[in-house]
Design a protein around this ligand. Sequence first.
Ligand code: 5AD
Ligand code: SF4
Length: 470
Amino acid sequence: MQTKQDSIFVSSDELSRQILLCQTNRELLIDRFGHTPKACTHVFGCQQNISDSQRLEGYLEQMGFEFTDNLEEADLVLYNTCAVREHAQYRALGNVGALKHWKAKRPDRIIVLCGCMVQQEHVAQRVRRSYPYVSIVFGTHVIHRFPENLYRFITTNKRIFDIPDSKGTIAEPLPVRRTGVKGWLPIMYGCNNFCTYCVVPYVRGRERSRRPEDILAEAKAMIDAGYKEITLLGQNVNSYGKTLDKPITFAQLLCMINDIPGDFIIRFMTSHPKDCTDELLVAMKKCEKVAKHLHLPVQSGSNRVLKTMNRGYTKEKYLSLIDRAKALMPDLCITADIIVGFPGETYEEFCETMDLVERVGYSALFTFIYSPRKGTPAEAMDDPVPAEDKSRWFQQLVDKQEEIAAIQTAPYLGQTLRVLCEGRKENGYYFGRTEGNILIEFFGKEEFINNFVQVTVTQALSFVLRGEVQ
Ligand code: 5AD
Ligand code: SF4
């Protein structure tokens, strides 16, 4: 029987064919380069892109690639690009520009571009015209076809552009290469919200959820492999499950993952305030493995701006959600994304955002100056405020948040917190994140890395805590 999800899934025959092509490519690549090939990959953009790149690296591994950060050693470069703001796009294209000489030095080298930036037709055309040395360009809906595209390039030496328009697919399972003990786990793809400033729904297709059994199997495999933190990913995780044949809620999924035996932390992002239910807040509180951190992008504190952004909630609704969350979880850390200088935003409206920020008491904020994206409704809106004014407002918000963060972190002084040590910084400090996702630094030893340690906070700065390991 055909179910409503079937049309979304890439067939298992197709996926097996890709895996077979990995083996064919393995031999072709040795012939081409005369040695074990090395790949240098780089991700621009969000966690979803990082997660996609891990799957592309999984394919690369199956094709016999080793990995390097040193471009000069590499035979293949893969850039996974971002489109969410102009700056990300600018950086990606700048890096591609710099590859011209790299490729000229050894014309057998291969340059692969993928991700959200090239999913936009006008950018793909620009790459076609202005970057003739790029070998393979593919979009967000055909990640699973990477082996085939590489095969076609190697065997024809013709540039490949594979960027179909699509409502979105799910390819299950794909090989994956992860390192460390913190893992990203995508639970859904795409977005249906069409916030008027945002390019994501155009480049990542409609919202679709992975089946809970596939997610659980991957989560269990990660725990068995020693992962100590799993971050569930989606553009709007609060709306998880709606497209499933047997719909379940995100809160239910969270509880299922919490029930997997083992000592690990569960995080998730991103939540959308309009779909954030009390059921989810209760599940967060109940599930002991779920970190008490809520990333709840608000974007603006002005009801008029929120409406024009098509966000689907008001300042009052957002604040009441925050009140309920804090009442349930007094230790909850809250973070958000905010856009300053949305088209037509006035200074008074910006002040509404400042007011909201103060009332919520965020532990951290991700602040962005509005960046027009081609094809979005906001791009066509009147945008009379000069860039210098927007920068000034932006700075005002950043300064305010610094004060607020200091107030938020002060109570941690003297507390002992469990922290997963992630590594060592150049300044000699070992570091990790608190349950609330606040950066914490401490002196330590090599064997702390990738393990839980108990750290007593001795200094609380606005962006970082410092402490001593017990
Ligand atoms: N300009 C500036 N910021 C944007 N974001 C998304 N689109 C834009 C844009 N056009 C921000 C939002 C979102 C975060 C991932 O990026 O704050 O939550
Ligand atoms: Fe973009 Fe809005 Fe979807 Fe987030 S919810 S990806 S901001 S359209």
